[in-house]
Design a binder for this molecule. Structure first.
Ligand SMILES: Cc1cc2nc3c(=O)[nH]c(=O)nc-3n(C[C@H](O)[C@H](O)[C@H](O)COP(=O)(O)OP(=O)(O)OC[C@H]3O[C@@H](n4cnc5c(N)ncnc54)[C@H](O)[C@@H]3O)c2cc1C
Length: 467
């Protein structure tokens, strides 16, 4: 008799889920068990914060309800690390006579090594692993000489041509004839978040609804609105995508349905959103092609010798939104308050830390990992190394963002900064991004660094690196 074990990870949904679809496609007499295993100590060493864990806990609760409707009970088991996960799976399969194991692939180094061990050690179990986290399997988008791309534009071109040839049908959720059941209880992953996470969907229906609202009302204006942090011009679906409450396939399908055409025929403004989903795939593929990215190493090895300043007082001011540069402070306050930050502002605060303050990008990456509800090694590492000019296809080191002109360009009225720094609302709009030129009622912190000389200091530090 078959016994199928479905192992959930960052894919906390039942719809359009490759592993779930395959596992549930069977006679109702087949025994199916669903599990989620934590790796508490290992995740702590990765810097996962309470926001991510609390959000995961919310999604597990709604997943348990979805599965109960299908007649399955989700077991959540606390374990210290991936080595114990391998052991637990192996013991469980032996004890419970599991015949088939189903899971979706993950691409970070430790996770890949864990899955490799499982696949090679479970000799008496059929192990079925699926591509689900990304649209296209990493090994299918390679250069002419079978290497991983390290530059986005040619990657995108190749990605699009592979995508055109690939099957795009969503994975079906087989109807279940099992009697409904009730969810089990478990020890929670985190009792409370550090930020107010109420803006993020916590169940599949809500996330699909958010996706529909975005594609129907904002997709065609995305290109024009995506850089303005004061408005909701982007989808804000990153947390759902990072934790697998939504799949990137569902996102593309929703966009194609609204546009009534395949993505390669999209006009530029709507394609611009698809472009971001391709960036998302790109960063996952890079994790596979360049394992050092999962090991705290720079993509460009020569940047490892850079003399970062790492001034503790300045880092604290940056983390707490007290640098005296309004757009940086607003972004850092948004992160702490909401567990999320607008992409344009992520780039600005990351450049400010790594260039103006000349601090190691790993400090910023860890701080984001602690607070972001959408934290994801691929995208976070990619974003930080891009901003720090240590990464693949990164911002050239001599093109340092000026946070004041960035703020004036993308938040011209100062509406975004005033939301997080209300004391600046009394200033004339033209002075909101440079309050040191005006007198702020009640005062505002003086800039902790001179933007012009610190920019030059960063350029000089990078210039001296041996290629
Ligand atoms: C320093 C830095 C750190 C970042 N850390 C993360 C992170 O930990 N997790 C994360 O999901 N994104 C990260 N990003 C990328 C980006 O900022 C967020 O994905 C985006 O702000 C999410 O908002 P949205 O859902 O409205 O995106 P939209 O603009 O609506 O884009 C749709 C989806 O595409 C993906 N996406 C968008 N931009 C990027 C990008 N540049 N790289 C990779 N995927 C992208 C996301 O899944 C996003 O939900 C980071 C960017 C920077 C500069």
């Amino acid at each position: 008799m078959q016994h199928r074990l479905v192992w959930f990870r960052d894919d906390l949904r039942v719809r359009d889920n490759a592993a779930v679809s395959a596992a549930l496609n069977c006679d109702p007499a087949v025994q199916i068990t669903a599990i989620f295993l934590t790796a508490d100590d290992e995740w702590e060493s990765f810097g996962y914060g309470a926001n991510r864990l609390y959000y995961t806990e919310q999604l597990l609760k709604s997943l348990a309800l979805e599965l109960a409707e299908l007649g399955l009970q989700l077991q959540v088991v606390h374990l210290p690390d991936y080595a114990h996960q391998v052991q637990w799976i192996s013991n469980y399969c032996e004890r419970e006579l599991v015949t088939d194991l189903y899971f979706n692939q993950e691409y970070q180094w430790n996770e890949r090594m864990r899955d490799y061990k499982i696949t090679t050690e479970l000799t008496h179990v059929n192990v079925h692993s699926f591509v689900d986290r990304v649209v296209l399997q990493p090994s299918t988008v390679l250069t002419g000489d079978n290497r991983y791309y390290s530059v986005f534009s040619p990657f995108k071109k190749r990605w699009l041509s592979v995508y055109r040839e690939s099957s795009r049908a969503p994975y079906q959720l087989p109807g279940s004839k099992r009697p409904k059941t009730t969810p089990l209880s478990w020890t929670s992953l985190a009792d409370s978040p550090e930020s107010d996470l109420t803006a993020f969907a916590t169940n599949e229906r809500q996330a699909l609804n958010d996706l529909d609202v975005f594609t129907e009302s904002k997709l065609t204006r995305y290109d024009a609105a995506r850089n303005q942090p004061a408005i909701q011009g982007t989808s804000r679906l990153s947390a759902a995508l990072a934790r697998g409450l939504l799949s990137p396939r569902q996102c593309i399908k929703a966009a194609e349905d609204v546009m009534n055409r395949p993505i390669w025929d999209f006009p530029e403004d709507a394609f611009s959103w698809i472009n971001e989903l391709i960036w998302r795939d790109f960063y996952q593929h890079l994790l596979v092609g360049f394992p050092r990215l999962s090991k705290n190493k720079a993509f460009r090895p020569e940047t490892e010798t850079l003399q970062w300043r790492n001034n503790t007082a300045e880092i604290d001011a940056w983390k707490n939104g007290l640098t005296g540069i309004p757009i940086v402070d607003a972004g850092m306050r948004e992160l702490k308050a909401t567990g999320w930050m607008h992409n344009r502002v992520r780039m600005i605060v990351a450049q400010f830390l790594t260039k103006n303050l000349l601090c190691d990008w790993r400090i910023g990456e860890a701080h984001f990992m602690r607070y972001l509800v959408d934290s994801d090694l691929g995208a976070n590492n990619g974003g930080w190394q891009w901003s720090a000019s240590t990464g693949t296809d990164a911002a050239p080191y001599f093109r340092v963002f000026n946070p004041v002109s960035q703020g004036e360009t993308y938040d011209s009225e100062g509406a975004y900064i005033c939301h997080y720094i209300p004391e600046l609302a009394d200033l004339p709009k033209a002075k909101r991004h440079s309050p040191w030129l005006a007198s702020v009622p009640g005062g505002y912190v003086e800039p902790i660094v001179d933007l012009k000389s610190s920019r030059q200091r960063a350029i000089d530090a990078f210039k001296d690196l041996k290629a």
